[in-house]
Design a protein around this ligand. Sequence first.
Ligand code: KPL
Length: 304
Amino acid sequence: MPSDAALRDWHILGAGAIGTLFAHRLANAGCRVVLLSRGDAEARRTLTLDSGGLTRQHTFPMSPPGDPTPIPRLLVSTKAAAVDPAIHSICHRLQAHSTVLVLANGMGFASDLPLGLTAFRGTTTDGAWRHPAGHTVQAGSGTTRIGLPGVAMAPPDWFRDSWGRLRDCQWDNAVETTLWRKLAINCVINPLTAAYRCRNGELASATYRPLLTTLCSEVSAACRAAGRDSVASSLREDVLAVIHSTAQNRSSMLQDVLGGRPTEIDFINGYLIGHPAVTGLELPLNRRLIRAITAGQQLEDTWP
Ligand code: KPL
């Protein structure tokens, strides 16, 4: 049985904006946080977080690729496409009782873990972005929900002793529905903002209304076909609420496009249209947006 202190040990793979935010939050909650590095150069790394006008720094120990020590609890906070390769790269350090928690946008990864492990999934509405100067800026504080997809269970000890101590972090017995709800919202906001190079709030303007309506209808139809009726029925309302609460944000997909990085489109709209229950639906706007984003094309014509 791991001791209480050991339940608070977390290794983090992927210290981007969200990884940095949670590295700070877990460390502030008394957890021992180790960052997994890609090279051997640094023994420690100082991460800076700007949050609510305050700048905080933490220096974290780094664990290099050759480190053989077992990883009891792993947070994977990479981009969607990197989740499986990242877990694979440290699979020799996982054990049958290791905990793997994946906090990433989209779906369609972490389904085949080593040693028969099952990934816990988390989703957060906390906003964070990487400042060009290297530090992370917390853009707003939201809610984080964690659970085991498809399994209703009491919060495990590790949750109570680490994540459960964070403000607005909840155990979610129906995390699969929560993930679908987030996926559906991302299917609407992310490709539109990325293809039209606009901030989230602009999608509420008359210019984008027809596109927004058509895309919400397509995504709702796909969610219904996939048996996610509750997600479908509140989608439009949920999308408008997120558009208003994150009006000034650039979506993560727009940030990727502007930064010249690969986007998560294959794990968001690509996952949705490739779902076996959805393949009979046409979903033309989804397909057009996927094509444009994959080709790095900016769209101007705002008729659906
Ligand atoms: O999750 C997001 C993202 O940008 O990936 C939303 C909710 C759209 C906020 O920007």
